[in-house]
Write a protein that binds this ligand. Structure first.
Ligand code: ATP
Ligand code: MG
Length: 452
């Protein structure tokens, strides 16, 4: 993992997220603090509590986006879960430990993908050889050497190395794509078992799979396949063979433990300390279950034991009806970094529309370009869109920057439909066009509720 300084992190986040400077700084510090804590000598490290973070703010202002971008630039395994999904251990529902298992699964897939990238070329080559083996009736190594004729040239016998070479050329050039080969593919016959996802059940499910996997040995099936398809299957098989799964597991576990990030959304939904009867009791229970994981414990996963000490937790919530101080004190202490996100208005929308790497204006321009249509937004049009977004957010419901998605889609619905017939044209979106397209919808509040 790159050891980004807080400043580096903020400037990376700036490429995607507008404003929210406090939140950017806070996540940057949280990430850096984890790195610092890992550098501290063992005995003292255990004394230093993890510095997790709570982001508070209305919907659609960038909470999830910040966390997601952070994980990308840290190249960390990242899991987003809704805290409200969990139930206390012993109740029906997902137990909190499952998030560590899920995160480990994500890390395994991540490492597996990287490792298979590394062996890709070799796997491809091996697959090619196997196709050649299938195409040629016998293997090259048990072929008698080609006969040398008088003029010194080697005679092409039916199955000679040069035949194999020629065939290889044809294969590479795609000239054999229409031919079929018979392939033996292996698969396990596996009865489909559905297990209710009660707590701990996922664990059981895979144990069953492993058990049955051994009970029902691999079966093979002969299939006739076109060569490109066969190549693909064989390359996958080869790649599986070339990847060292023990290594994958080891690296994945390491990565979860050292750099995993869990984004706990809707943390405000599990607040509540008073023991009312009913769901609140288990809400506090969830908090109690969460505590050891956040503090650092060991969770059993199918890849082995995973330590959670250095997993970074980023919690987020709207906190309309509750406050972080409604969490149990122990948990509050584990989330010492608090940050509020600002709600977004016209000025931010103007920038969000144009500036981020993935800005909507850029997205639509690229989409239309595929049709040969040049889409230009003039500055006033962008301002008008931003203004409308703000107005609709005020009048109906404030959904933050998400409003821009619905407005843009509505604004461009005709152009999106007609684009294929407009090849070679340039369309300028002006303030007037924006007004014309959206006026009716804005003035009629009911309409805007449904459409925007
Ligand atoms: N400050 C911002 N800069 C750029 N884009 C933003 C910003 N805030 C929100 N967006 C855009 O709006 C979308 C929704 O934001 P996000 O998912 O971060 O909302 P959220 O704050 O997590 O809301 P919720 O509480 O509903 O989960 C993002 O995908 C992003 O494209
Ligand atoms: Mg979110």
């Amino acid at each position: 993992m790159a050891n980004l300084t807080p400043k580096d992190i903020v400037s990376e986040l700036n490429k995607y997220i507008i404003g929210q400077n406090k939140a950017k700084r806070a996540v940057a510090v949280a990430l850096r603090n984890r790195w610092r804590r890992r550098q501290v000598p063992d005995d003292l490290r255990d004394e230093i509590a993890p510095k997790n973070i709570i982001m508070m703010g209305p919907t659609g202002v960038g909470k999830t986006e910040i966390a997601r971008r952070l994980s990308r630039l840290a190249q960390s395994p990242f899991l987003k879960v809704e805290a409200s999904k969990f139930t206390e251990v012993g109740y029906v529902g997902r137990d909190v430990e499952s998030m560590v298992r899920d995160l480990t699964e994500i890390a395994v897939n991540m490492v597996k993908a990287e490792e298979s990238d590394k062996v890709h070329e070799k796997a491809q080559k091996n697959a090619e050889e196997r196709i050649l083996d299938l195409l040629l009736p016998s293997r090259r190594d048990d072929v008698s050497p080609p006969v040398t004729v008088a003029d010194g040239h080697q005679e092409d016998l039916q199955i000679s190395p040069s035949t194999r070479e020629k065939l290889r050329q044809l294969l590479k050039a795609g000239k054999l794509d229409d031919r079929e080969v018979e392939l033996e593919t292996s698969f396990r016959t596996m009865p489909v078992i559905e297990v209710l996802s009660a707590s701990g059940m996922e664990e059981m499910e895979f144990n069953l799979k492993e058990m049955f996997g051994n009970l029902f040995p691999q079966k093979t099936k002969k299939q006739r396949l076109k060569i490109p398809q066969a190549l693909e299957i064989l390359a996958q098989e080869e790649s599986q063979r070339l990847i060292d799964m023990d290594r994958v597991t080891r690296l994945a576990k390491e990565r979860v433990e050292e750099s995993g990030i869990i984004f706990l959304d809707e943390i405000d939904k599990i607040t509540g300390r008073e023991s009312y009867s009913g769901p609140d009791v288990s809400r506090e229970g969830v908090q109690r279950d969460l505590l050891p994981i956040v503090e650092g414990t060991t969770v059993t996963t199918k890849y082995g034991m995973v330590k959670t000490d250095h997993i970074l937790f980023i919690a987020a919530g709207a906190f309309h009806a509750s406050k972080p101080s409604d969490l149990i004190p122990e948990l509050q202490g584990r989330f010492p970094i608090r940050v509020e996100l600002d709600s977004l208005g016209k000025e931010e929308f103007i920038r969000i529309l144009q500036e981020p790497r993935n800005a909507l204006v850029k997205q639509y321009r690229a989409l239309m370009e595929t049709e040969g249509l040049i889409l230009v937004f003039d500055g006033e049009a962008v301002e008008e869109i931003a203004k409308i977004a703000e107005i609709v957010n005020e009048r109906t419901e404030n959904i933050g920057a998400r409003r821009l998605y619905t407005i843009m889609e509505r604004l461009l619905d005709e152009i999106s439909f007609d684009a294929p017939e407009m090849e070679g044209k340039e369309v300028v979106i002006s303030r007037d066009y924006v007004k014309k397209k959206l006026q009716d919808v804005i003035t009629d509040e009911d309409l805007s509720r449904y459409i925007l």
